[in-house]
Design a binder for this molecule. Sequence first.
Ligand code: IPE
Ligand code: IPE
Ligand code: MG
Length: 269
Amino acid sequence: MIDRDVLALPGTPERDLLDEMDFARMPRHIAIIMDGNGRWAKQRGSPRVEGHRAGIASVREMVETCARLKLDALTLYAFSVENWKRPRFEIVTLMSLLKEYLNRELANLLKNDIRFRVVGRMNELDASVQKELSKGLAATSSCRGMTFNIALNYGGRTEIVDACRSLAHDVEAGRLAPEQIDEETLGSRLGTAGLPDPDLLIRTSGEMRVSNFLLWQIAYSEIWVTSTLWPDFRKLHLFEGILEFQKRERRYGGVIDGSREPESGEAAG
Ligand code: IPE
Ligand code: IPE
Ligand code: MG
């Protein structure tokens, strides 16, 4: 059961939004492109890394809130394969913030029965980062609540290439026939295997692009872009996004039933 009082105190703006929410129509999986840390810092005349540091509070609040909303999965885009182009100091700081977060949050993840997972080429990360990630993966492997996916050294195209390679190896070894390859087989080789596709994709700080995130999985996701910068993003904003999602009409290429028009050849009157 979703506990409203734990999620938001009565009489607060968060609670008003929560009371509007239809718990029967919740997204199962939310994916977030956490953007705008650099701009947030710039507005304050601080170095970019201060924006990343401040963004941790938003991460913590999202993980906790989504778990309390009983989502199946939350995927956060933390570092893309393209982000290696950034200044070395920024990259090193991002990686240490990640280690610090995992170290500090592990007990909380366990307490909330949250299963931690990584998507992206983990083996290319620094050994000390891999060690911290592996610790989190092992410790939460039997958790059965929400899956918290972190996309690290992640690229949608890279992920699809890796999945194709893995299928090609199986074909070469005679374990798989090319005709057996379909959307399901390919999907099962992606980092998100076993999870539902994101129903809702959120991007903060106003940019209208996907930036190589979950290209395969967002085929039919509802997209919500907010101008709020990531370090300012709180559950109030998340609730706004979910309410917006609940207003959307998902068609998946079909038509919505209700006002059925006569079939061609069918007498109209
Ligand atoms: C997102 O914030 C964090 C990462 C990509 C790691 P940015 O650092 O991209 O912030 P802006 O877009 O420069 O404001
Ligand atoms: C996307 O943000 C990557 C992450 C949030 C980790 P970027 O800031 O790197 O994306 P672009 O460069 O604006 O497309
Ligand atoms: Mg950015």
